[in-house]
Write a protein that binds this ligand. Structure first.
Ligand SMILES: CC(C)(COP(=O)(O)OP(=O)(O)OC[C@H]1O[C@@H](n2cnc3c(N)ncnc32)[C@H](O)[C@@H]1OP(=O)(O)O)[C@@H](O)C(=O)NCCC(=O)NCCS
Length: 394
C-alpha cells in the first residue's frame, strides 16, 4: 500500500471512486475539479489517495479554509471533505490510514485545527475528532407570524448588490467560533439561481444600513421551505423578515433554518407550534495544540498559567507537556519538563478549544483531570468565548 497526494490529472481518478460512494455511480460527477487549487475564488483542496497493486483504492480531501474564532482571531482549518474507499477494499484500514496521513499533512500545512461533518461520530472519534457546538434547527409555521410596520423595510436584494450583505455576514460570523471566512466560490453558490428555481435574497434595511437578510428557494408544493441562511443583527430586522416570510403562506406552510446555540428567537416569542431540535454542529479536532493555543487572543483582563498534558495517539507531537502562560492579550506556549497540572485526551481538548461544550461541562463529565484549581481556572478563562456555529457545508 502507498499513500500519497494526488497531483495533476491523477486527481480526476477520485471522481470514479466518489461517484460510487456518494452519487450512485453517476458518470457525470466532477467532485474534485481539475484546477489544482489555482482558482483564487476556491479554497485549496489537497487530495490524498491510497494505492495498492490494483490502483487507487481510497481517497480523502482536505479543504483549506479560514475560520473566524470570535472577533479577533482567524484560524487556518483543514476541512475533511469526504473519505471514500472502494467496496471491495473496505475493512483493510485504508480510510484510517488516510486520516492519519491527513493529520500529518494538516500539521505540515500549518492548519492547527480541523473539522468535518461526520457520517459516523464513532468512526472519527477514534482519530481524535469530537462533537463541538450545539445548533438549533428551528421549524416554524408561517401562520403563527404576523406582518408588522417594519416589514416595509424589506426589499429583494438586486443581483449586483451581493457585496452589501458580506459585511452583515462578517459581523454575524465574528460573534461565533467556526464560521467560515467565506471564499468567493461559496458566495457565488450562495446567490446562484438553481437550474430549476429562482433564489430569493431579501434584506431588511433601515436608514440605508442592512441589518439582516434571508436566502431561500421556494420548495415543491407541500414541502417546507429551507432557509439557506437567516441572519439578523437586530431584533427589528428579524421581525421585518418574519413579516416577509409570513407573506409566503400560500407557497409554504412551514420553514426551517439552522441557528446557533445563543439564538434569541425564544426571547422574541414562543409558540407551541415552534419545533426546535438541537444537535452538535459538527466534529472538531485540534491538530497542533501548541500552535492553536498560541494563536488565541484572550481578553487583556485575563492572565494565568497552566501545564497541559494531552493523550493523542494519532498526533504524538501533541503529547508533550506544554506550559501555557497568557496576559496582555498574548499567549506563550513552550514545552516543559515540569509535571502537568491538567490532563485530558485530544477529544476533550478539542471540545474545550472550540469552546462548546465548555470547561465546566467537561469537568462535570469527568473528561478533564485537574491537579491544580488555579491552573484549571486559567485554562477556563483562556478558552472562554462565543459559541460554535457554521452555516456552510463541505
Ligand atoms: C466509511 C469508509 C470510508 C470506511 O473505509 P474503510 O477503508 O473500510 O475503513 P477502515 O478499514 O479504515 O476502517 C474500518 C472501520 O470503520 C468502521 N466503519 C465503516 N463504516 C462505518 C460506519 N458507517 N459507521 C461506523 N463505523 C464504520 C468499520 O466498522 C471498521 O471498524 P473496525 O476497524 O473496528 O472493524 C467506507 O466504508 C466508504 O467508503 N463508505 C462509503 C462512503 C462514506 O460513507 N464515506 C464517509 C463519509 S464522508
Amino acid at each position: 500500500m502507498e499513500i500519497r497526494i494526488l497531483e495533476g490529472d491523477e486527481r480526476n481518478l477520485c471522481n470514479r471512486l466518489w461517484a460510487q460512494a456518494f452519487s450512485r455511480g453517476e458518470r457525470s460527477t466532477n467532485w474534485i475539479g481539475d484546477d489544482e487549487g489555482n482558482d483564487e475564488d476556491k479554497p485549496p483542496v489537497v487530495v490524498c489517495g491510497v494505492f495498492d497493486s490494483a490502483g487507487l483504492q481510497a481517497c480523502l480531501t482536505i479543504n483549506g479554509y479560514q475560520l473566524y474564532f470570535g472577533e479577533n482571531v482567524i484560524l487556518p482549518m483543514g476541512g475533511i471533505g469526504g473519505v471514500a474507499c472502494l467496496p471491495a477494499s473496505r475493512g483493510k484500514g485504508y480510510a484510517g490510514a488516510l486520516l492519519k496521513f491527513a493529520i500529518d499533512k494538516m500539521k505540515e500545512d500549518k492548519q492547527p485545527i480541523s473539522a468535518l461533518f461526520p457520517f459516523s461520530w464513532e468512526f472519527y472519534r477514534r482519530y481524535g475528532y469530537e462533537w463541538v457546538g450545539v445548533q438549533r434547527d428551528t421549524k416554524l409555521p408561517t401562520k403563527i407570524l404576523s406582518t408588522c410596520l417594519e416589514t416595509e423595510n424589506v426589499r429583494l436584494l438586486e443581483d449586483n448588490e451581493m457585496e452589501r450583505i458580506k459585511p452583515v455576514y462578517e459581523k454575524f460570523a465574528k460573534g461565533y467560533r467556526a464560521c467560515l471566512k467565506r471564499p468567493e466560490s461559496i458566495w457565488k453558490d450562495f446567490c446562484t439561481h438553481s437550474e430549476k428555481r429562482f433564489r430569493y435574497i431579501y434584506v431588511a434595511e433601515f436608514d440605508g444600513e442592512i441589518e439582516g437578510y434571508v436566502n431561500f428557494t421556494l420548495p415543491e408544493e407541500g414541502d417546507d421551505a429551507h432557509l439557506r441562511e437567516f441572519v439578523t443583527l437586530t431584533p427589528r430586522a428579524r421581525r421585518a423578515l418574519f413579516g416577509l416570510l409570513k407573506r409566503h403562506e400560500m407557497q409554504f406552510t412551514h420553514f426551517h433554518w439552522k441557528a446557533p446555540e445563543d439564538d434569541t428567537l425564544w426571547g422574541a416569542f414562543y409558540h407551541w407550534d415552534i419545533e426546535t431540535k438541537i444537535r452538535p454542529v459538527y466534529m472538531g479536532r485540534v491538530v497542533d495544540a501548541e500552535t492553536a493555543l498560541a494563536l488565541l487572543k484572550p481578553s487583556t483582563y485575563f492572565r494565568g498559567e497552566f501545564r497541559l498534558k494531552l493523550v493523542d495517539r494519532y498526533a504524538p507531537w501533541n503529547e508533550r507537556v506544554l506550559r501555557v502562560a497568557f496576559g496582555e492579550g498574548n499567549v506563550e506556549v513552550e514545552e516543559t519538563e515540569a509535571k502537568p497540572n491538567l490532563r485530558m485526551d485530544i477529544q476533550a481538548f478539542s471540545q474545550l478549544y472550540f469552546g462548546s461544550p465548555d470547561a465546566d461541562y467537561l469537568l462535570r463529565a469527568g473528561r478533564v483531570t485537574v491537579e491544580d484549581e488555579v491552573a484549571y481556572h486559567a485554562l477556563r478563562s483562556l478558552v472562554s468565548g462565543p459559541p460554535v456555529f457554521t452555516n456552510d457545508h463541505f
